[in-house]
Design a binder for this molecule. Structure first.
Ligand SMILES: [Zn+2]
Length: 100
């Protein structure tokens, strides 16, 4: 194994980042703030509520991704994200509406 093959990633984070980005831009959350602060806060709060899944190789990453990318698993993660989206939308860390 070469050093360049070595990674350290939380596969849960990868999945949550993707789902948050997707959900926020969907029709249900049109009125929700989509600024980077709110998006990052949503990702962070969701990740604090879910078990992390760290891996150190691309092979393990692909395996973990496959395991986590099932309808039941995605539904469970989406449920947590949606809960957090409403919390962040109600209590954003910024006062004024950002432009984005
Ligand atoms: Zn915001």
């Amino acid at each position: 194994m070469y050093m360049s093959d070595l990674i350290l990633v939380n596969v849960t984070e990868e999945i949550v980042r993707g789902l948050v980005s997707f959900l926020l831009r969907g029709p249900e959350y049109q009125t929700f703030c989509k600024c980077e602060i709110c998006e990052f806060d949503t990702v962070a709060l969701t990740l604090n509520a879910l078990p992390s899944k760290y891996v150190t190789s691309m092979e393990a990453r692909d395996e973990a991704f496959k395991e986590m990318n099932t309808p039941e698993s995605i539904e469970r993660i989406n449920k947590e994200i949606i809960h957090v989206l409403h919390v962040v939308n109600k209590y954003p860390r910024h006062k004024v509406e950002p432009t984005s």
